[in-house]
Design a protein around this ligand. Structure first.
Ligand code: PLP
Length: 452
């Protein structure tokens, strides 16, 4: 049931993006969710790439109940709390050397805002007050708040708000799979990375504060992975011009790509990291900014970090986060993401052989996507009004599989679906996802063959 046709329920006082109604959730366990009519759904997108350790994990619920019985809220200006202290230490231990200072927030947009504001205060504290521009990529997604939206490259989301924002410079995301330029992937990676240098020079290096990127792309690009040559060159360019490198690992972090941080695949350590989503895996609203001491200390020495949220370091959220980290580490879910990711990728590649409308399968670990196109060779987009990826999501939903769609080419056209199940999936779940997706794709193919 995706729309309100035949829906007997009274109108809702709640509203989100649209009038679309969905079934009521009854319960969830492991990789499955059940609605109140008893229908079962496989969570093939972990919600919005959030529920990395699956649903209703007993160890996490127990840890939360134990913390609830002690204290659910103690304001950080009045008390320190043990779960926040322990989670900060454990988070730091999971980061590259030097990235050992942790600032808690309640979600991904807040994590991104915090990174940009700490970067700015660091610049001011170290005599570089002329630096304020944060360069980002197009397409990209960094959050919905006005600051995070200013670095987001997804046109329909920012267009209505552009007069209200200080929109930041963008360079093209490394969409090498679309290029027909005779270069090899190594050369293309360098070509896209060099666009950052050109943009820094165009803006004036003394005005550029930071560059923000998703090491493995999320919803806006459909799990875009750059060639290996891209990552170290970006690091080098940032270094050369004193530009801080921010890795937005809100979606790619906490093990989803088969490493705890996606940046680890290329051995690149950024200057700031934003985490959320899988970090507390949906058990509590939680995120974090991770920074090195050399950035935090000058800010604290010169009046302090002028930024914070009421729920920062909430003991209940941090107790959930700690138990989630325990699960990730003790069950080797990062390794499972790598292993099951390969298997799922092979199944998606198999579907691409069966269905010519699948133009590209990409991603890393269990952050995977399929782009749907009109022409495999030219990668021409499907007519936007067919809403092909959105239809595929509905057809899969009707068949008991949840996946996630977005537009690949900047927001107004291009179709992809993200297939990103929880990191606890096993072989049988992968086979179930592939079989259901195959049925849904066959139904979509038939729909697209008919006129609108
Ligand atoms: N950054 C990335 C890469 C994301 O994927 C998202 C959400 O999808 C965000 C930031 C914003 O996170 P939130 O929706 O929790 O504010």
């Amino acid at each position: 049931m995706s729309a309100s046709a035949g829906d007997e329920r009274p109108p809702s006082h709640l509203f989100y993006q649209s009038r679309q109604r969905r079934p009521l959730i009854d319960r969830a366990e492991g990789v499955y969710l059940w609605d109140t009519d008893g229908r079962r759904y496989l969570d093939g997108s972990s919600g919005a790439m959030v529920s990395n350790i699956g649903h209703s994990n007993p160890r996490v619920l127990e840890a939360m109940q134990a913390q609830m019985a002690r204290a659910t809220f103690a304001y950080r200006l009045h008390f320190e709390n043990e779960p926040a202290e322990r989670l900060a230490a454990r988070t730091a231990a999971a980061m590259p050397p030097e990235m050992d200072r942790v600032f808690f927030v309640s979600g991904g947009s807040e994590a991104v805002e915090s990174c940009m504001k700490l970067a700015r205060q660091y610049a001011v504290a170290t005599g570089q007050a002329s630096r304020y521009k944060v360069i980002s990529r197009f397409p990209s997604y960094h959050g919905a708040t006005l600051g995070a939206l200013a670095v987001t490259g997804y046109a329909p989301m920012s267009a209505p708000f552009s007069p209200m924002m200080h929109e930041m410079p963008k360079i093209p995301a490394p969409t090498c799979y679309l290029d027909r330029d005779g270069l090899d992937m190594h050369q293309r990676g360098l070509r896209y990375a060099n666009m950052l240098e050109a943009e820094i020079l165009r803006q004036g290096p003394e005005t550029v504060l930071a560059f923000i990127m998703e090491p493995v792309g999320g919803a806006a690009t459909g799990a875009l992975v750059a060639p290996d040559s891209y990552y170290p060159r970006i690091r080098e360019i940032c270094e050369r011009y004193g530009v801080l490198l921010i890795h937005d690992e809100v979606m790619s972090g906490a093990g989803r790509t088969g490493r705890f941080l996606a940046g680890e695949h290329w051995g690149v350590t950024p200057d700031l990291i934003a985490l959320s989503k899988g970090f507390a895996a949906g058990y509590a609203p939680l995120g974090a900014m991770v920074a090195p001491g050399w950035m935090v200390e000058p800010v604290l020495d010169t009046g302090g970090f002028i930024h914070g949220y009421t729920y920062a370091g909430n003991p209940l959220a941090c107790a959930a986060g700690l138990a989630v980290l325990d699960e990730i580490e003790s069950r080797d879910l990062v390794g499972n993401a790598a292993r099951m990711g390969e298997r799922l990728r092979a199944r998606l590649d198999g579907l691409a052989e069966r269905f010519p409308m699948i133009g590209d399968v990409r991603g890393k670990g269990l952050l995977l996507a399929m782009e749907l196109v009109a022409d495999h060779e030219t990668m021409a987009v499907l007519p936007p009004e067919r809403m092909a990826a959105a239809r595929l999501v509905e057809l899969a939903y009707e068949r008991g599989l949840i996946i996630y769609w977005r537009r690949s080419r900047g927001g107004y056209s291009g179709d992809h679906v993200l297939v990103c199940p929880p990191l606890i999936v096993d072989e049988s779940h992968i086979e179930e996802i592939a079989a259901t997706l195959g049925d849904a794709l066959a139904a979509l193919e038939a729909e697209l063959a008919a006129p609108l």
